[in-house]
Design a protein around this ligand. Structure first.
Ligand SMILES: *Cc1c(COP(=O)(O)O)cnc(C)c1O
Length: 368
């Protein structure tokens, strides 16, 4: 890999393939694989990632919102796309572009049936979401009768799948709670099959669910963060490869005398002779102020360089005293070392937030 000459987010498709195969190897032969590509494929590039996954044979994609699905259709993606959290205002566009809605409440089900009827749709594929304890989106267990009444004697929509979402699949201290969620989902599925004369397929697990509760894979699993290289578990992470690396270069080096300060509001005060480097990225690129003045470090020629002072909009300063480097040298913000998970943890957040927050100003470079 050639060294970078500007700030870039590298997207490694070979690593995506490795991670995809890793999770596939955890599944039964007939379990479908839904790849979650919401939020620009976790900050990468939804179209590039979706095309690679299509080539790898993934069965389904999911996005959060209708406009994300439209972007994939515009790029020629033909796979079925589940829209996890659609709004009624976009239902016409959703139908136009053959996107499949998650219907999560009586109101949204009513709204969707109405639009389907007006558009003379027959058997439009929909996915019914049940709440089993996350208490975020979803019908309640006792809504099955309502759903049956709504669907009875009508064929505007066809329930392709029913699903739910785990609240704490990565946290083994919550095993009992998670097992209860699995049990509730099984009960709902049974009731659904009994009361509605039709058998939709079922899915429940996200990435950590695949790792910790593979017995509950039902007919399909939904993986996001794992595809991009994180399993919320250091043992799993060691077997995955980071798809995303944020790299930049040293713009300028300064020699600082004792008592001098660095950056806005003079938040870093030097206790001795220090050498600092200024990097061309800042909070407008997605590296928030919480990464300044603390525990966060970046990688300069294999060595740890702490971020000092306040993170600026377009720049970050680091301490490179005792590190052999020069202006123009490459700096890794996250990637192999530190990983996005490690870098995020220094600011008390998680890889999900860090990678989805890298702004569109940062050039995406595809590897592989
Ligand atoms: C985002 C999301 C996922 C993917 O979760 P990961 O932890 O990234 O694997 C799966 N299902 C639903 C409903 C989601 O919203």
């Amino acid at each position: 890999m050639a060294k970078t000459t500007e700030t870039v987010l590298e997207i490694n498709l070979n690593h995506l393939e490795h991670n995809y195969r890793y999770f596939q190897s955890k599944l039964k032969a007939n379990t479908k694989f839904l790849s979650v590509v919401k939020a620009s494929a976790y900050g990468a590039d939804a179209v590039v990632i979706a095309k690679k996954l299509e080539a790898l044979g993934a069965t389904y994609l999911a996005v959060a919102y209708v406009n994300e699905g439209v972007q994939l259709r515009d790029a020629g993606i033909k796979m079925p796309i589940l829209v996890l959290h659609p709004q009624a205002a976009n239902f016409k566009i959703l139908i136009d572009r053959c996107l499949e809605p998650s219907l999560y409440s009586p109101k949204i089900l009513n709204d969707f049936i109405e639009v389907c009827a007006a558009q003379q749709q027959k058997d439009y594929p929909v996915h019914i979401k049940f709440n089993t304890g996350l208490n975020r989106l979803g019908f309640w267990e006792n809504d099955v009768d309502f759903i049956r009444e709504k669907l009875k004697d009508k064929n505007d929509v066809k329930v392709t799948s029913i699903f739910s979402h785990l609240a704490a699949s990565e946290d083994l201290n919550e095993k009992e709670f998670t097992k209860t969620q699995i049990h509730i989902f099984e009960k709902i599925a049974q009731e659904f099959n009994d009361k509605i004369n039709h058998k939709p397929f079922k899915h429940l697990l996200n990435t950590s669910g695949i790792i910790n509760y593979s017995e509950a894979q039902f007919d399909m699993v939904r993986s996001g963060i794992g595809l991009y290289g994180f399993g919320n578990d250091s043992k799993i992470d060691a077997q995955l490869r980071p798809v995303l690396s944020l790299k930049t270069i040293i713009s300028q080096i300064h020699k600082i005398e004792p008592g001098e300060t660095v950056g806005y509001n003079r938040k870093y005060a030097s206790k001795g002779y220090r050498v600092t480097a200024t990097l061309p990225l800042g909070h407008a690129d997605g590296i928030g102020r919480q990464y300044g003045n603390g525990e966060s470090y970046v990688n300069v020629n294999g060595q740890k360089a702490p971020i000092i002072g306040n993170v600026c909009m377009d720049m970050i300063m680091i301490d490179i005293t005792n590190i052999t480097c020069k202006e123009g040298d490459e700096v890794v913000i996250f990637g192999e070392q530190p990983t996005a998970e490690e870098f995020a943890s220094t600011a008390n957040t998680i890889s999900y937030e860090l990678v989805t927050g890298i702004s569109q100003r940062v050039k995406r470079v595809i590897v592989g």
